[in-house]
Write a protein that binds this ligand. Structure first.
Ligand SMILES: [Zn+2]
Ligand SMILES: [Zn+2]
Length: 348
């Protein structure tokens, strides 16, 4: 029994391979992949520009893909909590399940963990089938589609921007960047009860989509100074929570200028170099800065929110490709670049 996968062989070259279909044993489940979203990380693995490639943490050939949803087709003999036919998503990294901390259930502390399709790659979701350990899997609620399921991973990353932040009535959240992370942050901010959500981006078409998923105000930073726009929208005070998702130093500097006294900045992006920030703003206005990234369990929380939130996140899916044609999104990325938010790959 074989299956088709898409594997990056070397920078700039990915190939469809015919691979052995894996077998579910122990606590593993064999999952038939239904959707895989393409993310900027996937593209940087394809081109070789990823800092993880440069540091040697990603080695070629690599089967990538980490934003997925699927259905359980077979379970190993020790799987207890899932059955054939369950619709699932997972954490973005898998602990080994065998070391001392894993046996104690503290998977986040495992030193032998592998990220799905990225660092020390667990074979990822650009494949018809993949193996998933049950202790990192989450069931999709019945009213949550496979499309939404494949958006759980980026949303689980932006969810961390709200960790230890108490949303109170009347609060304003400003989100810089309207890629998938920024969009899911906008969607979550509204769900968590922000009075006003301000989306800051460069393209009107994407800002229109930001409105559909919950943004109250949109700011095109090519036309308007975003700091002035946020101050104006908040009576001169600034936003209570500013979420920076672009990875640009200039955007982060703006974040400091648009945050309210005692406000909070959550940073959900990498800058890939040392940068200069206006530290005196932090001191004067007693700003809290928090780095945010994915963590275990967040996908389960996102599944729950998706099941409850009547506002759908799916308008951020701007492109769809069948699996056998998805190489086009990598080879001809320029044609997608200006209009894409999320490119969704569909499996049979
Ligand atoms: Zn991603
Ligand atoms: Zn372990």
């Amino acid at each position: 029994m074989t299956m088709k996968s898409l594997t990056v062989m070397e920078p700039g070259r990915a190939e469809f391979l015919q691979e052995e279909k894996p077998k579910a044993t122990g606590r593993m489940m064999l999952v038939k992949v239904k959707r895989t979203g393409i993310c900027a990380t996937d593209f940087s693995i394809y081109t070789g520009e990823s800092s993880f490639v440069k540091s040697g943490q990603i080695k070629y050939p690599v089967r990538f893909g980490h934003e997925w949803s699927g259905i359980v087709e077979a379970v190993g003999e020790d799987v207890k909590d899932f059955k054939v036919g369950d619709r699932i998503v997972s954490d973005s990294g898998f602990a080994c399940g065998e070391c001392e901390v894993c046996k104690a259930g503290d998977y986040a502390a495992c030193r032998n963990d592998r990220s799905v399709g990225t660092v020390n790659a667990w074979p990822g979701s650009f494949a018809e089938y993949m193996l998933v350990p049950e202790y990192h899997a989450y069931k999709l609620p019945d009213n949550v589609s496979y499309d939404e399921g494949a958006l759980v991973e980026p949303t689980a990353v932006s969810l961390d921007a709200f960790t230890n932040f108490e949303m109170k009535p009347g609060m304003t959240v400003a989100v810089i960047g309207v890629g998938a992370i920024g969009m899911s942050a906008i969607w979550l901010a509204k769900y968590f009860g922000a009075d006003k959500v301000i989306a800051i981006g460069l393209r009107d078409a994407k800002l229109e989509i930001a409105k559909q998923i919950g943004a109250d105000n949109v700011v095109n930073s090519r036309e308007v100074d975003p700091v002035e726009a946020v101050l104006k929208a908040t009576g001169g005070k600034g936003a209570d929570l500013v979420i920076e998702t672009t990875g640009y130093e200039s955007a982060l500097v703006q974040a400091f200028k648009m945050t309210i006294h005692t406000g909070r900045i959550s940073i959900v992006s990498f800058y890939e170099k040392d940068i200069t920030i206006p530290m005196d703003d932090v001191v004067h206005r007693k700003i809290t800065i928090r780095g945010a990234a994915g963590q275990y369990q967040n996908p389960g929380r996102v599944c729950e929110i998706m099941g409850k939130n009547p506002v759908k996140l799916t308008p951020i899916i701007t492109h769809r490709l069948p699996f056998h044609e998805c190489l086009d999104a990598f080879e001809n990325e320029k044609e997608y670049h200006n209009t894409k938010i999320k490119v969704m790959v569909e499996f049979e």
